[in-house]
Ligand binder design. Structure first.
Ligand code: EPU
Length: 269
């Protein structure tokens, strides 16, 4: 959501991505990396820097290393990853069902939910660091934690997931079960950035926002979902100013009522 960028570059493979980033870094041209943009709220006047999109890095490579492992490019959409594993009867990423976005963004933000997260299944990550060098790192050294990691200043190129052999039927059943659970409580059919705020320790941001009577409030084309109060919906006409207003209103209400400061889960650019 939000305004445009002066330039969008979409490298066609990993080698081109690496060359492009070293060039941009070497020339000190400011840029930001973007996957599907599902978790980003950009300002209405745009982002003002070059965007490098990973949307064409879409390879999946299954191999054996003491069990099934899957190397997945950063631009692979999570729904495709989940569907691939389900078809192959490989268990591990069912917890990512119903989450939009790409593997790169999901790794950086350690995407997940009550059934698990990326940290629980990713083993190695290939990154391009701020000097433009390509490195393969063990995921345990990447600071993956609740919707956060130490990778925010690096570019994720691909990730290796360690999976467990199961059967297509068992994995599909688990995937469908998790999807149904989510669809019951979350507005998956509407345009949103997913959960807007992180859950404060031991609390649910959705429950706090609900108890502060914020469900259904609107500003321009943006509204707080009536189904789950931590989701904000775009009817297709919302501006980022509309969302900023709802975010501020929600934060103020929760602070007044519960004395808690909600932290953004989405990235505000
Ligand atoms: N609740 C309400 N009202 C609401 C929403 C929730 O009372 O409007 C209550 C629920 O009834 C439940 C509790 O709050 O008792 C927790 O709600 P829920 O089970 O929906 O989980 P959540 O903590 O709101 C988290 C993640 C979701 C993830 C779900 C399910 C965060 C911020 N949210 O939601 O992740 O899908 O668990 O695993 O961690 C996301 O990261 O974008 C996201 C949507």
């Amino acid at each position: 959501m939000g305004g445009g960028a002066p330039c969008l570059l979409e490298p066609c493979d990993r080698a081109v991505l690496a060359d492009l980033l070293s060039f941009l870094i070497g020339e000190k041209i400011p840029f930001r990396l973007i996957g599907a943009g599902s978790n980003i709220l950009a300002g209405d006047d745009g982002v003002g820097v070059t965007l490098v999109a990973t949307g064409r890095l879409v390879d999946l490579d299954l191999f054996d290393a003491d069990g099934p492992c899957l190397r997945v490019d950063a631009g692979v959409p999570l729904p495709r990853l989940v569907a691939f594993c389900s078809k192959q009867g490989l268990s591990g990423v069912e917890c990512l069902t119903g989450i939009p976005g790409t593997v790169g963004g999901a790794v950086v933000k350690n995407a997940g939910g009550r059934h698990g997260d990326v940290a629980g299944v990713v083993e190695r990550i290939t990154v391009i660091d701020c000097r433009g060098s390509v490195r393969s790192v063990d995921s345990s050294g990447c600071g993956l934690r609740y919707r956060q990691s130490d990778l925010e200043r690096e570019a994720v190129v691909d990730a290796i997931f360690r999976l467990r052999k199961s059967s297509p039927r068992a994995v599909r059943e688990r995937t469908v079960e998790i999807f149904r659970q989510k669809a019951r409580s979350q507005p998956l059919e509407a345009r949103s950035c997913g959960c807007v705020f992180k859950n404060p320790p031991g609390e649910s941001a959705g429950r706090l926002l609900d108890e502060a009577n914020l469900k259904g409030i609107e500003r321009g084309g943006a509204s707080i979902s009536r189904k789950h109060a931590n989701f904000m919906i775009n009817d297709g006409t919302a501006t980022s100013q509309d969302f900023d207003f709802l975010i501020q209103t929600a934060r103020d209400s929760v602070r007044d009522r519960f004395g808690l400061d909600l932290e953004l889960e989405i990235d505000r650019w």
